[in-house]
Design a protein around this ligand. Structure first.
Ligand code: KG4
Ligand code: ZN
Length: 477
């Protein structure tokens, strides 16, 4: 331990070299987010090969014991910050635990020349542009993201008009619309980014979960591009994409963090140990939260999607007027349930004759707030406010309990329901927990989040083969 402290003292004397980085303000435990991989053929010749996401100990190559692989935590963003404390930690790991040459490596790593060299190499390495493609549900999207952080373009072709009149997504229509949109959407994303396919480091595509027919369109197109242009293909889980929609805009999030993914298809709680490392803590046992919004909206004649309209109308009602009860979960208390609430809304409508009211809304062409208010009586507004209040409490109650369980104060909320103004307001008023929401453009399905999620995989060279399959129920953890 004494030697460990000596080495730390030595690092802090290297002020001159380190000041070049202007990035050492971030202490180690605040950014255990990504890693710097340093490969060396011998002690004289270390060079940085990639930046990944998880701190790993140094390993000696099996083939050639003279080749050692060192991984230290760093923070890759556009300016590429590297923490001296982090490099120090890596040196310690290698020195103490893993390799007989660790001490020599650690000391060399701390010499100013080497650090300077590393920074230059890292800066060059992170010039990557990933083309993301998303087609898991009812949005055809493509985007170009540089270095996992800078959105150069993001194009989303929504099919809301197509599905709206059916009160939900019709899978066959979704596939057909994706087929129509995929080529122009990808072309537009490249054009907006002012890049050609030759400039693309990898194509990232959503492989699941989602509608298989819809996923297949994006997947097949991505494979064809990669095959024709010899570009690496990266498979992304849609849910991981949603988590990255928040990470991309909030590089200061501390890990471990909690992620609440709430959309039309998901209501899941994950522990995010590091980006790329997830543990499922709880999930809905029946409907997703967005699905509950959509079903209630359909029942009441508001059309699809239901979330945005209910969210806008809720402030006009009394959230305490209808006493909906929160679901009590046996077994895992971090699981959710929304089907009881949905049934309670159904009962509420059955107790009243809403036929005329619903018919008026179905015929309503003015979809502005005033338009909806004109065809929605106060009792219905009160019920909608109470419904939204219950959903918010269901989500936030379990999120706070889960954050407690994993001892984190950082909660990421992602997915379409994260747009909900009532949810955001209630979350931001909660003491002791920092909630992070995506901006409106990144909350609903988009491809920037898919490209961003692919960046760590690109650095790890974690590529998919052409046998990659669309998986409707792909799990994240
Ligand atoms: O993430 P997303 O675009 O697609 C899925 O992966 O499902 O989420 C769409 C869902 C829909 O159910 C929609 O009703 C819901 O997100 N949503 C909202 C709001 N905006 C969209 N739910 C509640 N409040 C909103 N403001
Ligand atoms: Zn989604």
């Amino acid at each position: 331990m004494a030697a460990l402290q000596d080495l730390r003292a030595e690092i802090f004397r290297e002020d001159d070299a380190i000041s070049q980085l202007n990035a050492f303000s971030r202490p180690y435990k605040h950014s255990p987010h990504s890693l710097l991989v340093i490969l060396g053929s011998d002690q004289e010749d270390f060079y940085c090969r990639a930046i990944g996401m998880i701190a790993m100990p140094m390993q000696a190559s099996r083939k050639n014991p003279r080749v050692v692989e060192h991984q230290a935590i760093s923070w890759p963003n556009v300016t590429c910050e590297v923490s001296k404390l982090i490099i120090f930690e890596a040196a310690q790991v290698s020195r103490n635990d893993q390799h007989p040459r660790g001490r020599a490596f650690g000391e060399r790593l701390l010499s100013d020349q080497l650090i300077r060299q590393l920074i230059i190499i890292i800066r060059n390495l992170v010039q990557s542009a990933i083309l993301g493609i998303e087609s898991s549900c009812d949005e055809t999207a493509a985007a170009v993201v540089e270095n996992g952080a800078l959105i150069r373009s993001s194009v989303v072709a929504s099919q809301l008009d197509v599905h709206g009149k059916y009160g939900g997504v019709v899978p066959e229509l979704a596939s057909r619309e994706h087929l129509r949109a995929i080529v122009p959407v990808v072309r537009q994303a490249l054009e907006d980014a002012k890049l050609n396919l030759e400039d693309i480091s990898a194509v990232a595509v959503t492989a699941g979960p989602g509608l298989v027919g819809a996923l297949l369109v994006g997947l097949t197109y991505a494979k064809a591009l990669c095959f024709a242009r010899q570009i690496p293909l990266i498979a992304i889980n849609h849910v991981e994409g949603h988590i990255h929609s928040v990470l991309i805009e909030n590089p200061a999030i501390l890990f471990p963090a909690l992620a609440l993914v709430v959309s039309g298809g998901h209501t899941h709680l994950f522990e995010v140990r590091e980006p790329g490392q997830y543990r499922l803590l709880g999930k809905t046992r029946d409907d997703a939260a967005g699905e509950a919004y959509d079903k209630v909206a359909k029942l009441l004649g508001f059309g699809y999607p239901g979330g945005p309209v209910i969210d806008r109308l809720a402030p006009y009602g009394n959230p305490r007027s209808v006493k909906f009860t929160l679901a009590r979960m046996k077994g895992n208390e971090l699981d959710f349930s929304f089907s009881g609430l949905k049934t309670a809304v159904l009962r509420w409508t059955e107790e009243r004759d809403l036929t005329e009211e619903v018919a008026r809304r179905k015929a309503n062409l003015d979809r502005s707030l005033q338009g909806w208010l004109a065809v929605t009586p106060q009792t219905t507004l009160d019920m909608l406010a109470s419904f939204q209040y219950t959903v918010i409490h269901e989500l936030l109650g379990r999120a706070v309990a889960a954050a407690d369980e994993i001892a984190t104060e950082s909660v990421i909320v992602a997915g379409g329901v994260a747009c909900n103004a009532g949810l955001q307001k209630a979350a931001l008023e909660l003491p002791g927990v920092s909630f992070y929401f995506p901006s409106a453009a990144l909350a609903t399905d988009n491809a920037a989040m898919i490209a961003a999620a692919a960046f760590p995989k690109l650095l790890r060279q974690d590529f998919a083969g052409f046998d990659l399959k669309a998986q409707a129920s792909l799990m994240l953890a």
